[in-house]
Design a protein around this ligand. Structure first.
Ligand code: DGT
Ligand code: CA
Ligand code: CA
Ligand code: ZN
Length: 570
């Protein structure tokens, strides 16, 4: 169990305490301990072994006991008790932006609300509005949150799904009689969020495999089961569709369930035009005899098309491009030569400059830019010009010691009036300047857009980080006018970032493709706050591929000399 896992359970516990109407101070204590453990530089399990758990600030005897039980057994008694006691639907209320456990508990106790549906009913009947302490405005806000949640609720960030979907695929692949198993659907197309998870497997006896699958530990409910298909809900609440077919049908089934639906529709029509029939079971001549298919490449070839990688299968022009053999040469993870946006302990990161640079070098990168926050972000320990200069000493030393190029950078806050949070003289001394918005998200569209435009007009600014501020399934993008930002990026030669954090993936694939088409240079950066999240680059590359980006359009796919040349650093 990692510190992050423990943190998640403790935060969940805090919610449950409040939802159950127990002493709110207990919830505060769990949250405090959770954050402290998350930030703590050492492993909880190690601390436990050495009997040093109480050294973590905010962890007292009571919570330490529960953490020990948790790390040893995967859960703790009181947590299980509360989970059994609090209606599961009540916990769903917490997904509403602006609704905390205290309010949820109130709604539960006074109105019997125990699910999103019953909340909607209580809003419709006026019961929420009439509740003391609520009123028209609060009820209206709740209704808004409920609507926007229903919009995103059924989709989960790819980064939250992969950690259990990959092992699930391996579990299926290891079931008796299974020849191979692959993830399909939106997950294989690397969409930023996914609905359900689709798995396709090959076996000689599909019903036996489906039965074994339905009986796996972790399967909470079987929604439906046939000869080749089984849909289940897992303990984590997510739906999985498994298809099992004979090995000779595997490729076309995998292709069919990779989708997208729109892409499939196009291919089927194209097959028909050529006197063929394409479906999940195979590709067939008019007389019903099969066209032998051993790979997805062969499906496309049979239809007179160049191979279309899963990320492009959305019917957004890829079929036409494949027909004319002008599909882009898509970016690959190996093309990435460095990361231009990471944080260290100098602001809110967890690792030192040296540790980050070392990890970047281990990944095979040629350079790394250290971009800590600027002073107005007090919560993130933003750097004043004085501290920035001290950081430069450390950067120089680390670069020398490791023999690895480290660029001086900063993530400069774009203030509410569009001015930047560090003076031009300081920006001029940086190798790479990233600007971004962290405050005032609720300003109107014009003001927000002007802020970004003004930052881009500053000749020192090289890149705009996470340009729309969205947090997947949690926060809508702020209302910037992307058409104008892209136009200004072209005019000023400013890069736009694909923030590779799976919580953000911002720019979206749509905006990134629009920027690419306009000729904007894209930087793909992890915004890593610790060594481990340098790995998030994989998500950013997926997003870039969905945006049809190739290495020549990505700044950090350049080697160091070409990068410095682009940045006019000699
Ligand atoms: P999701 O789950 O909402 O993130 O998106 P997908 O693309 O994974 O969609 P899903 O799970 O409903 O179906 C998986 C694939 O199966 C889909 O991409 C294409 C194929 N498929 C599903 N339903 C249909 C259909 O009615 N017609 C066609 N042609 N293909 C379908
Ligand atoms: Ca799916
Ligand atoms: Ca599905
Ligand atoms: Zn950042």
């Amino acid at each position: 169990m990692t510190n992050r896992d423990v943190t998640h359970v403790l935060l969940d516990m805090a919610d449950l305490v409040e939802l159950s109407g127990d002493d709110p101070f207990k919830a505060v204590a769990y949250r405090k301990a959770a954050r402290a453990i998350d930030q703590y530089p050492e492993d909880v399990s190690l601390l436990m072994e050495q009997g040093r758990l109480l050294e973590v600030p905010g962890v007292g005897k009571g919570i330490a006991g529960k953490v020990e039980e948790l790390v040893r057994t995967g859960t703790f008694c009181l947590y299980e008790e509360l989970k059994a006691k609090v209606p599961p639907g009540l916990r769903d209320l917490l997904r509403l932006p602006g609704l905390g456990p205290k309010t949820a508990a109130q709604l539960h106790q006074r109105l019997g609300v125990d699910s999103l549906e019953s909340l909607k009913a209580a809003l419709d009947s006026g019961a929420v509005r009439d509740l003391p302490g609520f009123g028209e405005k609060k009820a209206e806000n709740l209704r808004h949150s409920l609507e926007s949640l229903q919009h995103v609720a059924d989709r989960t960030p790819l980064g939250h799904v992969l950690p259990w979907a990959l092992p699930l695929r391996d579990t299926v692949a290891a079931l008796p009689g299974v020849e191979r198993a692959e993830l399909a659907g939106s997950l294989r197309r690397r969409r930023d969020t996914v609905g359900d998870v689709d798995v396709v497997a090959a076996a000689d006896d599909p019903p036996a495999v489906l039965a074994a699958f339905a009986g796996l530990r972790g399967v909470a409910e079987v929604l439906g089961q046939g000869d080749s298909k089984c849909s289940v809900v897992l303990d984590n609440g997510r739906q999985v569709d498994l298809r099992v077919v004979r090995p000779d049908q595997f490729v076309t089934t995998l292709h069919h369930f990779t989708g997208s639906k729109d892409h499939n529709v196009r291919l089927r029509a194209r097959a028909k035009d050529r006197g063929l029939k394409l479906n999940e079971y195979g590709l067939f001549h008019e007389d019903g005899s099969p066209v032998p298919i051993r790979s997805e490449e062969e499906i496309y070839r049979a239809l007179g098309l160049a191979y279309i990688p899963p990320e492009l299968r959305e019917d957004l022009g890829e079929v036409e491009a494949a027909e004319e053999d002008r599909l882009p040469d898509l970016l690959r993870l190996e093309d990435i030569r460095g990361d231009l946006h990471v944080h260290t302990r100098w602001s809110d990161g967890l690792a030192t400059v040296r540790e980050m640079a070392h990890a970047a070098r281990d990944r095979g990168y040629e350079y790394l830019a250290i971009s800590d926050h600027s002073p107005s972000l007090v919560v993130a320990g933003g750097l004043t010009p004085e501290r920035l200069r001290l950081q430069w000493d450390e950067i120089r030393q680390a670069a020398e010691e490791l023999g690895f190029p480290i660029l001086r950078s900063a993530e400069v806050d774009i203030l509410r009036d569009g001015s930047l949070d560090l003076p031009d003289e300081v920006l001029a001394e940086l190798d790479f300047v990233t600007a971004s918005i962290h405050t005032g998200f609720r300003q109107d569209r014009e003001t927000l857009t002007q802020r970004v435009l003004r930052a881009m007009e500053n000749p020192h600014v090289d890149s705009i980080a996470h340009p729309t501020g969205r947090l997947l399934a949690r926060r809508e993008p702020y209302l910037v006018d992307m058409d104008r930002i892209i136009e200004a990026a072209v005019r000023t030669g400013t890069c736009l970032e694909i923030n590779a954090s799976p919580e953000r993936l911002d720019l979206s694939a749509e905006h990134a493709r629009q920027a690419r088409d306009a000729g904007v240079m894209i930087a793909i950066n992890t915004d890593a706050h610790q060594v481990e999240t340098l790995e998030d680059m994989w998500f950013g590359v997926g997003q870039a591929r969905r945006a049809w980006l190739g290495p020549s359009q990505v700044l950090n796919a350049r080697g160091l000399p070409a990068l410095l040349d682009y940045l006019k650093i000699t």
